[in-house]
Design a protein around this ligand. Structure first.
Ligand code: SF4
Length: 188
């Protein structure tokens, strides 16, 4: 395709290199499709769900040798039909990231250093402190004798990834232990 210098400068004003090429009538579709094809060539396609929010968009993770090489929207998902919001579209960078923390880090009260701890240790620690706080703040009756059975020393704040079933089970746990301050972030 012959392009004059004037046409090239006019098409390129204010545009990206790709935009410029497209403005000049160059069809980039085969090139882009080929590049994507190469990236996931021989990869195993694993259907999965976006980890960020309870919309639950379907994704396909492409995996080679147990390593994720690409994540994109799943067109078969009735929820998102292949689309992802900007956060979901960036989830590859969440999964494959040298700064991602994959171990429990604990800093003791008053401490200045983070220590690596086993996950079981952290779960037990949370359970112990939860029970201790609940027992210390549990109120069965108000001074006027009114039965309340509550614990105002704990507040529950749920995240956007908690779906209906998880929230149901979580609220059961909270209410069974007397917690009445329960909030949840909806992200829809
Ligand atoms: S809306 Fe965005 S963050 Fe939520 S599940 Fe879908 S892609 Fe993920």
């Amino acid at each position: 395709m012959a392009v004059s210098r004037r046409e090239f400068l006019r098409a390129g004003a204010g545009g990206t290199a790709l935009g410029t090429m497209a403005a000049l009538g160059v069809n980039l579709t085969p090139t882009v499709a080929r590049a994507a094809e190469l990236r996931i060539a021989n990869a195993k396609a694993v259907p999965t769900i976006c980890p960020y929010c309870s919309v639950g968009c379907g994704m396909i993770a492409h995996v080679i040798d147990n390593r994720i090489v690409n994540i994109e929207g799943n067109p078969d998902s009735p929820v998102n039909q292949g689309n992802l919001c900007p956060k979901g579209a960036a989830s590859y960078q969440l999964a494959v990231n040298p700064n991602r923390i994959t171990e429990v880090l604990y800093r003791a009260p008053g401490g200045t250093q983070w220590e690596k701890k086993p996950l079981d240790w952290a779960m037990d620690r949370i359970a112990e402190l939860y029970k201790k706080t609940r027992d210390e703040t549990f109120v069965e009756k108000l001074p006027d004798g009114k039965l309340v059975n509550n614990s105002l020393g704990i507040f529950s704040l749920g995240g956007a990834t908690m779906d209906n079933e998880w929230n149901y089970a979580h609220s059961k746990l909270m209410r069974a232990t007397g917690v009445v301050a329960i909030e949840n972030q909806a992200r829809i």
